[in-house]
Write a protein that binds this ligand. Structure first.
Ligand SMILES: [Zn+2]
Length: 466
């Protein structure tokens, strides 16, 4: 058995781990690489393996850094099945098409601008993949239920376990018949936090021989999330009070619904004043429908709210925006208002247009609610750059910047250790992935002090024979 880490190794995006066993090749996740533009683009356009030789993909959850390169994989020859939970398959249906659309639109925008600047000599770039490619990828999906084992390839059986990270998110538990001896591999995917809204808490698994575990916040503890609501209310009221615009960049799927859910709760409790909120993402609108269709993923709290108060994702102040015209109209609209828009790391999508319009006015604010990978626009704003480039143009950052890590959908150091220790027994080998280098190595050090398992923080494209 051999594992090669083709992404999310000492970094957070581009989750792609290749498992080779019994002459079969299984790809765990096939995510989009985000970060330094040219480097990310190169890794997204060319796989370090032949997609045609991959027998199956097992997808942990729908986030684009785990699923977003699937259309590129299919475009380059993948013919097998993509296994995911039912909710992930439904979310991917919207997310991958949306991603194809964004790829097409971003390239169109850049090509148009280059043409304006350089005339006929302008370099014309091709999208990474199109909506059509995404639709083709969707034909390969096979949605599976939680907790019911299914065969991936002959000799490899998979069970999806609740990961508590987003709707449909799963821990991938594999039982492998390795030439007569039974082995087990668990891939954690992204691990959520206990007591997150909407979805159930992460579950534990029987101890595997090999554990591939995320480490996004491997070296950090979040602010306790019981203060999250008051913190969010204070920011909302401050910006509304000074009639500014509040931009909340957020993943359209999961993150957006959680924020809307929290804002709805705050509004119903009278903790935030009445102030228009726009969800400017066609994908978020569709994803909210998917949330409505998958109550099998809900926790007890949201079921109770639905019974007692009705729709947890809708209230008078919230407008879901679909058309480009409505989105553009927001550019001219005066504050106060809040706009929740994608992408979460500010690497593409409609949020870039809102940032262009708002980032240089000190009355406005940007609220960062998710992880910002290295080299992304989000990371630059987070670390306090005074000027940033948006679509290749410089903009001074004068808007106030808030960060709320307590809304994170990722377990922090203590919660990761808690999850690890609650799994029964000790694995032989642990690989820490999906974390910036300092986070993965910090978690490795914490784990080494507490467990006899061999801990590795793999490098990009590094292979291990087990
Ligand atoms: Zn995720």
């Amino acid at each position: 058995m051999k594992i090669t880490f083709h992404g999310a190794a000492r970094t957070v995006t581009g989750s792609r781990h290749l498992l080779e066993v019994n002459g079969k090749k299984i790809l765990l996740d096939c995510g989009l690489v985000q970060g330094r533009r040219s480097e990310a683009d190169a890794r997204n356009r060319k796989f370090p393996f032949d997609p045609a030789e991959i027998d199956a993909v097992v997808l942990s959850h729908a986030h684009i850094d785990h699923s977003g390169a699937l259309p590129a994989l299919v475009r380059r020859g993948f013919k097998g099945t993509i296994f995911s939970t039912l909710a992930t398959a439904d979310l991917a249906n919207h997310m991958l098409r949306d991603s194809g659309f964004i790829q097409e639109k971003d390239v169109e925008f850049i090509n148009k601008r280059n043409k304006k600047r350089h005339g006929r000599n302008a370099e014309i770039i091709e999208p990474l993949y199109t909506v059509e490619d995404a639709e083709e990828a969707l034909e390969h999906f096979s949605g599976m239920r939680y907790r019911i084992p299914f065969p991936v390839v002959p000799g490899v059986e998979c069970t999806f376990v609740d990961a508590g990270h987003m709707l449909g998110s799963a821990i991938v538990s594999l039982r492998i018949d390795d030439r007569g001896s039974e082995r087990s591999v668990v891939f954690s995917g992204d691990i959520g936090r206990p007591h997150m809204p909407i979805i159930r808490d992460p579950k534990h698994t029987a101890t595997p021989d090999v554990l591939i575990m995320e480490s996004t916040y491997g070296g950090r503890d979040h602010v306790p999330n019981d203060q999250a609501e008051d913190h969010l209310a204070a920011i909302m009221n401050k910006i509304c009070g000074r009639r500014g615009k509040l931009i909340i960049p957020a993943f359209s799927v999961g993150r957006t619904q959680e924020i809307v859910y929290k804002l709805t709760q705050l509004r119903r409790a009278g903790k935030i004043s009445s102030c228009p909120i726009f969800v400017d993402s066609p994908l978020a609108v569709k994803a909210t429908d998917v949330f409505d269709r998958h109550p099998e993923c809900y926790d007890a709290e949201i079921r109770k709210i639905m019974r007692e108060q009705g729709d947890p994702f809708g209230m008078e102040d919230i407008t879901y925006i679909k058309s480009v015209e409505e989105s553009k109209a927001l550019n001219d609209r005066k504050g106060p208002f809040t706009v929740i828009s994608a992408s979460g790391m500010m690497e593409g999508g409609r949020v870039l247009h809102h940032l262009r319009n708002s980032i240089s006015n000190p009355e406005n604010a940007i609220l960062i609610v998710g992880y910002q990978a290295e080299h992304t626009l989000g990371r630059k704003i987070l670390r306090g750059d005074e000027e940033v480039s948006i679509y290749g143009e410089p903009f001074p950052v004068r808007a106030e910047v808030f960060v709320m890590n307590e809304l994170s959908a990722h377990a922090d150091r203590g919660e990761l250790m808690d999850w690890y220790e609650k799994n029964e027994g000790t694995p032989q080998q642990v690989f820490l992935v999906h974390g910036d280098e300092d986070q993965s190595t910090a978690l490795a050090a914490t784990m080494e002090a507490k467990t006899s398992a061999k801990i590795e923080v793999p490098h990009l494209d590094q292979s291990f024979t087990l």
